[in-house]
Design a protein around this ligand. Structure first.
Ligand code: FES
Length: 387
């Protein structure tokens, strides 16, 4: 993040601390519970927000070398990403052109080619078919037309954006409007993938994202974990088109009162949360980055799949480093998986109980209001109702 931006945001935080305030919206907002329970609404979100636009699927460092590969199965089609011999990141349907077998699972390093586990057809890292066992019995098959089916991929700021359908452009513009320079400043592509943790939850995908979007709950739900680290109910929020940035200040930020502005480091004294529309939550922490990918399972309203990707600045090559990052990720998971997401599953049950027709977002929850508003607008849903 540019230092000038850090200073501007820090001054907003410090002003709120002095005044005992937080960023607010003009009004409360009510959201119809069908946003989280309606199969029709879920189907529109699935089609328009997940299948119909480019998706962030990983960082460049996950396919740093030629033949490194990464797969994804959350978007209705099996996707394979790899890096070809020219260094270009590519995405394909993870499907053999002989009889449709899956080529690879998970992630790894293939070398110079992918060999189908069924009959051994072989493809190079640019997707070209280069080998057919017993070639004489496939006379009519031309290598040039039996390559892997390619999907559009754009590598930007160390992030891999893939279109799940070939006819869609991979470019995340204008979705990153106003954030390009800021995202580039973090050097995501130079980081190292430490671990990806995956788990399925019985709640709407937006409820999982909502939990990152206000610190109002910190002193209550997180009183025994991260609550004491952050100022409660204090956030600085800015929208960037459909995306947003939320600064959650750590209590240590008061040290800035005794520092020259030139020495201010906002990242050191906060967690900076970005929502990259629609389903990516990036959390920039003091010493690492977390990227959360959250998907409705098969487009369902009440079930989501959550991935936490944990990225660190240097590979963990010593026992001490491994132990450090193990503790770090465990604190993150303990906070989210024993506090936030169980609360989210309870909310999903509560929304279906008939207790209310709508839920209410306070003026002190601006990021939450922004996110729910733009998602609703994108699928033509009933707007949030203010007061
Ligand atoms: S299905 Fe792949 S080689 Fe036969």
């Amino acid at each position: 993040m540019l230092h000038a931006t850090q200073v501007t945001l820090s001054k907003r935080v410090l002003a709120h601390l002095d005044a005992k305030t937080t960023d607010t919206t003009a009004t409360l907002a009510h959201n119809d519970i069908t946003a989280f329970t309606s199969p029709d609404r879920a189907a529109r979100e699935w089609e328009q927000l997940f299948l119909g636009r480019p998706q962030y699927l990983g960082l460049s460092c996950q396919i740093r070398g030629v033949g490194d590969y990464l797969t994804n199965d959350d978007l209705g089609v099996p996707i394979l990403m790899t890096r070809d011999e020219a260094g270009k990141a590519r995405a394909f349907l993870n499907v053999c052109r002989h009889r449709g077998a899956r080529l690879v699972d998970g992630c790894g390093k293939t070398g110079r080619s992918f060999s189908c586990p069924y009959h051994g057809w072989t493809y190079d890292t640019s997707g070209q078919l280069i080998g057919i066992p017993d070639r004489r019995n496939f006379d009519g098959v031309q290598e040039a037309t039996y390559g892997l089916r390619e999907l559009p991929l754009e590598e930007r700021h160390g992030m891999l954006w893939v279109a799940p359908r070939p006819e869609i452009a991979a470019s995340p513009n204008p979705e990153l409007e106003g954030l390009d320079e800021e995202l580039a400043s973090y050097g995501f592509g130079e980081y190292h993938h430490y671990k990806t943790h995956a788990r399925r939850w019985k709640m709407n995908w937006k409820i999982a994202i909502d939990t990152f979007l206000e610190p109002y709950h910190f002193p209550v739900l997180h009183k025994n974990t991260v609550g004491p680290v952050f100022f409660p109910n204090l956030c600085v929020v800015d929208g960037f088109g459909q995306n947003l940035r939320e600064v959650l200040p750590r209590r240590s930020i008061v040290e800035m009162h005794h520092q020259a502005e030139a020495d201010w480091d906002l990242v050191e004294h906060s967690a900076i949360v970005y929502v990259l529309f629609p389903n990516i939550v990036v959390v920039v922490q003091i010493d690492h980055h977390e990227i959360w990918r959250i998907y409705p399972v098969g487009g369902k309203a009440d079930e989501c799949m959550v991935y936490l990707e944990f990225y660190i600045p240097e590979p963990a090559t010593t026992d001490k480093a491994v132990e450090h990052w193990r503790k770090n990720i465990n604190l993150t998971l303990r906070t989210v998986e024993t506090e936030d997401f169980p609360a989210g599953e309870g909310i999903q049950v509560g929304l279906l109980s008939g207790a209310q027709d709508s839920i209410v977002y306070g003026r002190n929850e601006p990021a939450l209001q922004h996110f729910e508003k733009v998602v609703g607008e994108a699928v033509g849903a009933r707007p949030l109702v203010g007061e």
